[in-house]
Ligand binder design. Sequence first.
Ligand code: PGA
Length: 256
Amino acid sequence: MKKELRKAVIAGNWKMNKNPEEAKQLLSEIAPLVKDAGCEVIACVPYIDLYAALEATKGTNVKIGAENCYWEKSGAFTGEVSAKMLADIGVPYVIIGHSERRTYFGDTDATVQKRVRGALDEGLTVILCVGEYLEQRELGITAEIVSMQTKIALQGVSEEELKRLIIAYEPVWAIGTGKTATADQAQEVCKLIRDVVAGLYTKEAADALTIQYGGSMNAKNAQELLSKEDVDGGLIGGASLKAPDFAAIVEAATKG
Ligand code: PGA
C-alpha cells in the first residue's frame, strides 16, 4: 500500500571480517552483480577497510558504511572513531546500536541515542538497530522493548533528520543463528516500529521510513520476508560475505 513511498535498502554488515585486500576482492565481486539493483545497496565494513572499500566502489552503485561510531568529534577517547572522522573521509552510512555492540561492548539505549545524535550532526545516514532477546520475546514484551529502544534512540531527532535514518529490526535470537523470524513475525514488529514512529512524528514521516529486517536473512528466505508490507529491506550479516548470496538478496529486494 505504502511500500512504493519508500526506498528498499539492502545493507551488508560484515562485522569483524575481511582485511582491506579481502574487502577489495569481495566488493569487486559484488559490484557487477548488483549494478542494476532497484534498491539501495550498502556494505558496512570494519573501520580498517573503509578506505579500501570507498576506493573499490567508486563509480559503482554500492555505498559504504561503518559499523559504529563515537559521538564526540575528537579527543582523549582511546580506540574510538568519531562520526566526524567517518564523515571526513566520505563514509555516508553508519550502523548504530547493533545488538553485538549492546551485548558485548556496553552500548545502552542512552549511548545509542548519543551515537545517533553524533552521526546525524555529521551528515551521516544512520542504520539504527533495535530488537529483543529470546527471553524478552518469550515474556511477551517484544513490543515494549522495541518501542522503548526506538523512542530513546530517536530522542531529539527532527522529522527532517528522520529522512537520514533507517531502522533495522533485528531480533537478537535470529542473528547468526540460522533461526530466521517468520515473515509474519518480521512484519508484525516492523509495523509496530512504524506505528511508534507515526506516534512520535507524523504518519507521512512513518510511511516514508525505511525499515529493514535483519537476522539470518539469506538468498532463500529473502523474497518472502521482503514481500511483507512493512519490511523494506534487510541488514545482512553472514550472507553479505558471499557475493552471489548477497546479490540474490538484492535481486529479491528489487522485485519487492
Ligand atoms: P546475520 O546477521 O545475517 O548473520 O544473522 C545480521 C546482523 O547481525 O546484522
